[in-house]
Structures are given as structure tokens and as C-alpha cells.
Design a protein. Structure first.
Length: 257
């Protein structure tokens, strides 16, 4: 099944932009460094690692990926990515696939890692409101993302409590089960199910004080797909950034902005 570029630019993709304003604030904020191994979701075949270093309210986030879906319609495939918060801080196994279509979709995965706390965008806003803006998402099969920005309180609280999870989205429909490739996304009816489904997931864990500045020390522990089947983006009510936003093809390292 071939995704069309116009589909991925649809202005009404609701990918879990649940407002956090009503959530009670926790007492402690994150400090130090956090890391995770990003394991494949939905048989994506992808791998990755991620690090979050926090000093005061400023965070430097690095994400390295390989083996993701590379292209659609002769263009680089955009992979929106986030730090999810507010739930169990885990990635669900295939047991969460309650409808039996072979993909753990967004609503099925929500109980495990919750809603978007921070959008790992290449430029512009980093809040939940930017969660589905593919024009500022990294793209292609492999990329290194790095950006320094002010981290919101809700995400800091989630990291401090051990409930922050990084998720990277976007599957190749051709590699998915037949039952899933014939379906459209429950979040955006104009999109294939694979377009809004996660490809990588990893719970962030604090690195020991004095540890190495690079290198992942905390691996995800959830099973499925050979021990690494992970979860979906949280269901919420958000909209894609402006209708008709231009899609930017970017596959190089991203400097902080």
C-alpha cells in the first residue's frame, strides 16, 4: 500500500495532544542525565538510542535511529517523535492489540505511556501542540537528532518519577500484517494505520551520577516481538500544525535551536 504525500500533510491528524494543564504537578523536577534503548514496535525492524541531559530547566535531547521506513511516494518518510508522559512509563506488548489486526494502535497503547509531554521537533515549538507537525520532524531511514530547549514542567516531573517514554512514529505499510494494511488510522481516516503507528519506543531511565556522557545504560524491559514489541502514541485531541504546511525533507544532524 503506497502512502501519498498529500495524506501525510493532512491538517487533522490527531496524535495524542492531551492537555497537561489539568494534571497535578509533582514536587520534584528532573536533574542529570537519562537514557534508553529504542526498541522496535510493530515489527518495524528499526533500532535506536536516546539521551536526555537536563541542567536546570534546559534539556539537550539526542536521538539516533536506523532501519526506519525510508520513503513514500519518492520522498523521505517523516518520523514524528515525542517524550510521552503521565501513565505507567512503559511500552506495551502485543497483548495490547485487542482488535487482533497485528498492530498495537494509538488508543491500545495509551495506558502504558500516556500522552505527549514534549515534541522532539527539529525547530519551533516543543510542546504537545507540535506533536503531529511532520514539517519539523526528522525523516528518512536513519538520522541523528540533537536539540537543546526549555523542558516543560510536566515532562520534567515525568522523568523524575520514571514515567517518561520516547516514541518514534511511522511504519512502512508494505511490511505490516494484511489486516492492518487494509485499515486507515483511527486517528485520521485519510491516513493509513501505519502512518500514525509507532516504530520505536523506549522508557527513559536516569543514568548513574558520574557516568559516561554518551552511551545508553538503561535498556527497555518490555517484551513482545522477541522481547521488544513496544507501544503507541497516546490518544488525544490535537490537530496538525497549520493546514497546508510545507513538508521539509531533512536527513542530516540537527543542531540545537
Amino acid at each position: 500500500m503506497m502512502m501519498k504525500k498529500t495524506m501525510l500533510l493532512a491538517p487533522a491528524v490527531a496524535l495524542g495532544l492531551t492537555a497537561m494543564a489539568g494534571a497535578p504537578a509533582m514536587a520534584d523536577h528532573a536533574e542529570g542525565s537519562y537514557s534508553t534503548v529504542l526498541n522496535q514496535v510493530n515489527n518495524s525492524g528499526a533500532t535506536g538510542e536516546a539521551w536526555v541531559s537536563i541542567e536546570g530547566s534546559e534539556a539537550t535531547v539526542t536521538v539516533e535511529t536506523s532501519g526506519l521506513a525510508q520513503t513514500f511516494n519518492d520522498a523521505a518518510y517523516p518520523h514524528v517523535q515525542h517524550i510521552h508522559i503521565g501513565a505507567q512509563g512503559t511500552c506495551p506488548t502485543m497483548a495490547a492489540d485487542t482488535n487482533g489486526d497485528g498492530i498495537v494502535d494509538t488508543p491500545e497503547g495509551q495506558p502504558s505511556y500516556g500522552s505527549i509531554g514534549t515534541t522532539l521537533s527539529m525547530s519551533g515549538p516543543t510542546g504537545p501542540e507540535a506533536g503531529t507537525d511532520v514539517s519539523v520532524a526528522p525523516s528518512g531511514s536513519s538520522y541523528t537528532y540533537e536539540r537543546t530547549f526549555e523542558l516543560n514542567d510536566a515532562t520534567q516531573d515525568a522523568l523524575a518519577s520514571g514515567t517518561g517514554v520516547i516514541v518514534v512514529h511511522g511504519l512502512d505499510p508494505a511490511n505490516q500484517p494484511a489486516a492492518a494494511t487494509e485499515k486507515m488510522s483511527s486517528l485520521a481516516p485519510d491516513l493509513p494505520l501505519a502512518a500514525t503507528a509507532p516504530a520505536l519506543c523506549g522508557p527513559l531511565q536516569m543514568m548513574p551520577a558520574g557516568g559516561a556522557d554518551t552511551g545508553v545504560t538503561a535498556a527497555a524491559t518490555n517484551g513482545g516481538n522477541g522481547g521488544n514489541e513496544m507501544g503507541m502514541i497516546a490518544l488525544g485531541g490535537g490537530l496538525l500544525a497549520a493546514a497546508g504546511a510545507a513538508y521539509a525533507v531533512r536527513r542530516h544532524s540537527v543542531a540545537g535551536e
